[in-house]
Ligand binder design. Structure first.
Ligand code: SAM
Length: 705
């Protein structure tokens, strides 16, 4: 009998794989009483069953030769990531066979991920895969539910590790769950998997995986010609997949297994399946579906801060030629210009969309910056993963600490919980409050980061040029002032434009309706003397304090809504200092005689949104939305089938607030994936939660506009 695993109490906690080790260090799953791979023949079996029976060697050799398709992505889908053996074997073959300009996207779902030490032990079995395994182990994420994006070989190989139940995760890969849009030919509602590895333990031991809803999703996520292979030859599996249009065939199994199955989809006929549980909730929104395919890989990006440079980098990495237009004579002159910014995430006991996004983007940012450091795009003087300590300075926060401690107990690599003595030890200064500690976090220099990202050879920067308006005539005319002259000229024409100029986005006609908020923030620089000089970590309280760089600490920051004056203010230095001394009274002596006039600092304007999530995605046509969805004012539950009206090739990436360092890497990946018609790097629900059109829909529903 299959053993049913007990669901975990915390929404942040997955049930990890419980292993027992068989001869030759081969892992077996206690939950399922089944093996991950066949002892020392596991790699050979993987190559035989999954690689050979999807004809990957032949298919990858032929990529790019005489093929009229413009896509340069090959996609594999897998049920059951397990030890990652199949992934590593596929990656090795990809390196050997595929042309350099092609990318491999590997989607794998996993309900019971292996703990890192178990993954390491399992992969030790394969010395021939050592160099690949080492990289997977370095990148292996904190095991939280959701979509984890892992990049290898400078983006040539992307692993989308989807932690959770297969059906729930695969279902979130659709860009729409609207029944009519799912059937529309002109809307690419599905990512198209080219080859499937169906590897989720034997059907008899895991019947809840191998069933019709899974087969439906597999077919929906496939295209004509998509292949699949699986080690099992069970009749129900063969019939279930055949019912979805796969031409199924039994063939000789590996080793002493008599038979296995392979299949190819003859015709793609997407259909809406009401048995999938997320769709039972009723009809869903068609308004977030946009589709545009650029003919040329050229993009103009407006704004040279974190959002602009990271978008530029994500597009350049995909082979696009980027023109980055910046109003001032240098990059990172706005809120991205501080010398130290925190890499940090907020935790909440409620796993809502904001919290899911914050955690996903934080974890991706850590991986992204670690790779930049390894590739020497950033130096240890510009980035320090020194840890971030969040102090619980009042009763409310102490209670929150207790709640979080229960929810995140199993993830010490993400967060640890300290009393005031432990907190003092880790920070190396005397603290009177308890707190929680993010061991992998730290600080980095946003301005150095912007400059470094923009050195990509496919990025050209045009300085001293303010874009005044965007006009669409077959493509976008980017009208601007250039140099020091104020005469209006047309800088360039572009099929694709990304608006990444923070709150100034509202100066364009197409984006003037976006509800962007401005928040003034001032930071204070303080000399590194006395006890402060010993500080080891970033400390967050109401504000924050960083370890010193070049003899000075950054102390921040004030928050003033709707104040757009960037002149430094002494009273704001005083506010920063007071808040620090309230949180860390032991520093009082060091600041008793401080002369406010001698303090340095920087004031800048952050841009944020009403729901504190950034705005990332295609730009909608506001007036058309008002017309198309006007009936929402009277009835929020009316079914609609008109897809959203979006400006062709116009995108936006703004409103990162004070967390741009953490949010822009993932948002820029999401935007680049959207522009390039790749599968999203976040679950559909989160992609929709970032779509700039969300406010007009909400306002219509609330009858506010
Ligand atoms: N492909 C793996 C490898 O290369 O090591 C081996 C996969 S192992 C045979 C099957 C995997 O499927 C297990 O890791 C198991 O936790 C996972 N699994 C089982 N049921 C699942 C479900 N409903 N959703 C997601 N993953 C599931």
């Amino acid at each position: 009998m299959p053993v049913q695993s007990v669901p975990s109490a915390s929404p942040y906690q997955l049930d990890y794989a419980e292993l027992n080790w068989q001869e030759g260090d081969a892992p077996a799953a206690t939950q399922y009483n089944d093996i991950y791979f066949s002892g020392h023949q596991g790699l050979e079996e993987t190559e035989y069953v999954f690689l050979q029976h999807n004809q990957l060697q032949q298919r990858w050799r032929q990529l790019g030769s005489g093929n009229s398709s413009t896509s340069t992505i090959f996609t594999i889908g897998e049920t059951g990531f397990g030890t990652g053996l199949n992934f590593l074997a596929a990656w090795r073959l990809w390196q050997q066979q595929a042309p350099d300009n092609w990318q491999l996207h590997y989607f794998s779902v996993e309900k019971h991920p292996l703990r890192l030490q178990d993954l390491q032990r399992s992969l030790n079995t394969w010395p021939e895969l050592h160099s690949f395994a080492k990289q997977l182990i370095t990148e292996y994420p904190v095991l939280l539910p959701g979509h984890h994006l892992l990049k290898f070989d400078q983006g040539r190989v992307t692993l989308h590790l989807l932690l959770g139940d297969a059906i729930d995760c695969l279902e979130q890969l659709h860009c729409s769950d609207h029944p009519e849009l799912m059937l529309a030919d002109d809307i690419k509602a599905y990512p198209q998997v080219d080859a499937w590895f169906l590897d989720g333990f034997a059907p008899a031991k895991n019947p809840s995986l191998w069933n019709d809803p899974l087969y439906t999703l597999i077919a929906q996520l496939s295209a004509a010609g998509t292949t699949l292979a699986t080690f099992t030859a069970v009749g129900d599996v063969r019939r279930g997949l055949a019912k979805q249009g796969f031409n199924m065939e039994k063939t000789t199994g590996f080793g002493n297994k008599r038979e296995m199955l392979k299949g190819v989809l003859t015709q793609h006929y997407p259909h809406y399946d009401t048995t999938l549980k997320t769709r039972k909730k009723g009809l869903s929104a068609p308004w977030y579906v946009a589709g545009h395919s650029a003919k040329k890989k050229q993009v103009t990006i407006i704004g040279g801060g974190l959002a602009g440079t990271s978008s530029a980098y994500a597009m350049a990495q995909r082979g696009w030629q980027v023109t980055l237009v910046e109003r001032t004579p240098a990059l990172a002159q706005g809120a991205s210009g501080n010398s130290q910014g925190m890499l940090y995430t907020k935790l909440s006991p409620k796993p809502g969309k904001l919290n899911q996004f914050t955690l996903s983007s934080y974890l991706y940012a850590l991986r992204f910056y670690r790779q930049l450091l390894e590739q020497q795009h950033l130096s240890p003087e510009q980035l320090d993963f020194c840890g971030v300590l969040q102090l619980a300075t009042d009763e409310k926060e102490k209670k929150l600490q207790q709640q979080l401690q229960q929810l995140f107990a199993g993830q010490p690599e993400l967060v640890q919980f300290f009393d005031s003595t432990q907190a003092s030890e880790v920070a190396n200064i005397e603290l009177t409050h308890p707190g929680w500690y993010f061991p992998q976090a730290g600080w980095l220099s946003p301005s150095d980061l912007c400059r470094s990202l923009a050195t990509h050879p496919r990025i050209e920067i045009v300085y001293n040029t303010e874009v005044l308006e965007l006009e669409y005539e077959q493509q976008w005319k980017v009208n601007s002032t250039s140099g020091n002259t104020l005469s209006q000229n047309t800088l360039c024409c572009a099929e694709v434009v990304i608006i990444a100029n923070s709150r100034d986005a509202i100066q364009f006609k197409q984006t003037e309706s976006l509800p962007l908020k401005t928040i003034r923030g001032q930071i204070t620089g303080i000399e590194s003397t006395g006890k402060l000089a010993q500080l080891n970590t970033v400390i967050c309280h109401e504000g924050y304090l960083t370890p010193a760089i070049n003899g000075a600490h950054s102390l921040g920051a004030t928050f003033d809504n709707n104040d757009s004056n960037t002149t430094l203010r002494n009273q704001d230095h005083q506010r920063n200092l007071q808040s620090l001394l309230q949180a860390i009274p032991s520093l009082t002596k060091d600041f008793i005689d401080v002369d406010m006039d001698s303090l340095t600092g920087r004031a800048s304007l952050r841009c944020t949104s009403r729901d504190y999530l950034p705005l990332v995605g295609p730009v909608h046509n506001y007036q058309q939305f008002l017309e198309d969805y006007a009936p929402l004012r009277k009835n929020a539950h009316l079914p609609f089938s008109t897809p959203g009206s979006y400006y062709p090739g116009l995108y936006i990436n703004v409103a990162h607030g004070s967390r741009g360092l953490t949010s822009t890497p993932l948002c820029s990946e999401l935007l680049a994936a959207t522009i390039c018609n790749e599968t999203a790097v976040l679950p559909r629900e989160l992609v929709s939660a970032l779509n700039p059109a969300r406010f007009v829909i909400r306002d219509l529903v609330r009858n506010k506009i």
